[in-house]
Design a binder for this molecule. Structure first.
Ligand code: SAM
Length: 187
């Protein structure tokens, strides 16, 4: 097997820790690829909360989830992930996925933003249960993404002081700064 891309590695890791019946969050649902992935792992007894600020993205994700046959497992929220606290009890979520940036081929202005991302990540840490995983794919290949990626990496590094296990994974030898995956495991 060749080294996986960060998005693929996120799936490989999450596959190992998510169980049927889990409560899961897709914080940036986009076209719904991660939402379908999470809904499959959540199983019939599980639930996925999916957030995006773009109506267009929610519609696209909803259609992908319907085609996969998982509509009854996913709650879509047309709102910022910074508002996820109102939708799950603290300490109840098994995994939260962030895939930052903008939708490929769409308006680059509709991108995740540093301060809102950090606020949402902090909220996600409270919603996760012990042993839960926070997965964040960062895109430093464009200007705003580089600032956001650096802020996320710095934020994640400081979680180690609270006992979190934190890791970073990136491809090497790319022309532009490569996307990278940050994984945090809650103590
Ligand atoms: C790289 S795309 C996500 C791709 C998606 N995971 C998939 O599988 O197709 C990033 C998404 O984050 C969304 N987004 C930007 N700011 C957001 C926010 N504050 N809250 C929730 N979603 C946001 C964008 O609208 C965009 O759809």
């Amino acid at each position: 097997m060749s080294p996986p891309r960060p998005t693929e590695l996120a799936h490989l890791i999450l596959r190992g820790i998510i169980h049927e019946g889990d409560l899961l969050i897709d914080a940036t649902t986009g076209n719904g690829h991660d939402t379908v992935f999470l809904a499959e792992l959540a199983g019939e007894r599980g639930r996925v909360l999916a957030f995006d600020i773009q109506d267009h993205a929610i519609q696209s994700a909803r259609s992908r989830v319907e085609t996969a046959g998982f509509s009854d497992r996913v709650d879509f929220h047309l709102k910022s992930h910074a508002e996820m606290a109102g939708h799950a009890e603290p300490g109840t979520v098994a995994a939260v996925m962030f895939n930052l940036g903008y939708l490929p081929g769409e308006d680059h202005q509709l991108t995740t933003e540093e301060y809102e991302t950090l606020a949402a990540l902090t909220t996600a840490t409270t919603l996760l249960k012990p042993g839960g995983i926070l997965s964040v794919v960062c895109y430093p290949g464009h200007d705003a993404g580089m600032i956001e990626a650096a802020a996320v990496e710095s934020w994640a590094s400081t979680r180690t002081a609270e006992g979190w296990r934190v890791a970073k994974y990136a491809m090497l030898g790319t022309l532009r700064p490569a996307p990278f995956l940050i994984l945090l495991s809650k103590p």
